[in-house]
Ligand binder design. Structure first.
Ligand code: GLN
Length: 386
């Protein structure tokens, strides 16, 4: 194995889902729903499979899906992108992130991102021979995660090539505020840096969040330097389909395409028309999905509080962060590895998403994108810990 990949072992999601299967635990680790997405989308996929849409789609994605992506962005965020030159369909958001970094960074270029970060970021940066400059998110006085302005400023320098921003944020459930985004936008412009935004949870911001979701690309001067990434997996409960996309200025999208054609070339032929159908669903689908997830969050949070965990506010995504110290835990990795034997529940230690692991040692992440009976079963099992 080459040196640049040596620090990356088996992902925590693979480890923890295998542990859940082996021990028959309730799996609140890896973030995937346990029910299917909208029936209109599933029917469209079945129909496409049977009507011969089973060969390579065009490299940038089928026209109907690129059009649906552009229309969706206009409808929800007021962003205008030409479906022919400013939209590319990818094998999930994961490929879009990887292709963006590989296509935009020279070896030695720096990528600024916040920790904790989604695990593929560090690996993709390493694959490109680039260097990550990490700024820590820390719970503030009200429990909401914050960052230090000076720390963010100091992370930008002459070698900075990209700002990689995930909002709504996995694993913390933080939604970046307009003030925070304004600062990030100013730094990107001052340092002439591109932004790559991972917005896979764009439709999962809850009604009690301190801010609605604001795409960084909508801030003045940002659309021309931002590549916006999202995915069908989270919004339409089809994480196994791996249909994602990136939108932005033509040259940035071209950079993704140039790399993508040698990573996967194309993907998910018969699923692409189905995702187009889903993106065109009425607003009620999107708000209904969010409301469902919000009530599942509340249900799990109540169960975790009953079980004695400390809890940090989750304003969006599939996830909530719990503090294990009130239950006598000190190390999240140890805690999560023994939790299945102690009570038959799987969670994910948050520290693996940090460069400075000590800063997240006492925190673990639970996924609430699960049926109510599953959440209730997990809560009942966790109560036996106290
Ligand atoms: N994004 C999902 C999570 O954070 C898992 C993705 C994966 O397994 N790689 O749980």
């Amino acid at each position: 194995l080459v040196g640049r990949m040596r620090p990356f072992g088996t992902t925590i999601f693979t480890e923890m889902s295998a542990l859940a299967a082996r021990t028959g635990s309730v799996n609140l680790g890896q973030g995937f729903p346990d029910t299917d997405g909208p029936p209109e989308m599933l029917d469209a996929a079945a129909e496409a499979l049977r009507s011969g849409a089973n060969q390579y789609p065009p490299l940038p994605g089928i026209p109907a899906l690129r059009q649906a992506i552009a229309t969706h962005e206009q409808r929800f965020w007021g962003l205008t992108h030409d479906p022919d030159t400013e939209v590319v369909v990818t094998a999930g958001a994961t490929e879009a992130v990887a292709a963006a970094i590989l296509g935009l960074c020279e070896a030695g270029d720096e990528v600024v991102c916040f920790e904790p970060y989604y695990d593929s970021y560090a690996a993709s940066i390493a694959l490109a021979g680039a260097v990550r400059r990490v700024v820590t998110l820390r719970p503030g006085p009200d429990g909401r995660y914050e960052f230090d302005e000076g720390e963010l400023r100091a992370a930008f320098g002459p070698r900075t090539r990209l700002m990689l921003l995930n909002s709504p944020h996995n694993p913390t459930g933080k939604v970046f505020t307009p003030d925070e985004l304004t600062l990030i936008a100013r730094l990107c412009q001052e340092h002439d840096v591109y932004a790559v935004t991972d917005e896979v949870y764009e439709h999962l911001v809850f009604s009690d969040a301190s801010t609605p979701h604001v795409p960084l690309a909508t801030l003045p001067g940002m659309n021309e330097r931002t590549l916006r990434i999202s995915s069908a997996g989270k919004t339409f409960s089809c994480t196994g389909w791996k249909v994602g996309w990136a939108t932005g200025p033509g040259p940035l999208v071209s950079s993704v395409l140039r790399v993508k054609q040698f990573l996967t070339f194309v993907n998910a032929g018969p699923l692409q028309p189905a995702v187009a159908v889903a993106l065109n669903l009425p607003d009620s689908y999107f708000t209904g999905f969010r409301d469902t997830l919000q009530s599942r969050r509340d249900r799990l949070v109540a169960g975790l509080a009953d079980a004695g965990f400390g809890l940090l506010p989750s304003e969006g995504t599939y996830f909530v962060t719990a503090d294990i110290r009130p239950l006598g835990g000190t190390d999240g990795v140890d805690f999560c590895r023994t939790l299945p034997d102690r009570c038959g529940v799987v969670a994910v230690p948050t520290q693996v998403f940090y460069d400075h692991q000590d800063r997240g040692r006492h925190l673990i992440r639970f996924a609430f994108c699960k049926r109510e009976d599953v959440i209730d079963e997990a809560a009942q099992r966790l109560r036996t810990l106290a």
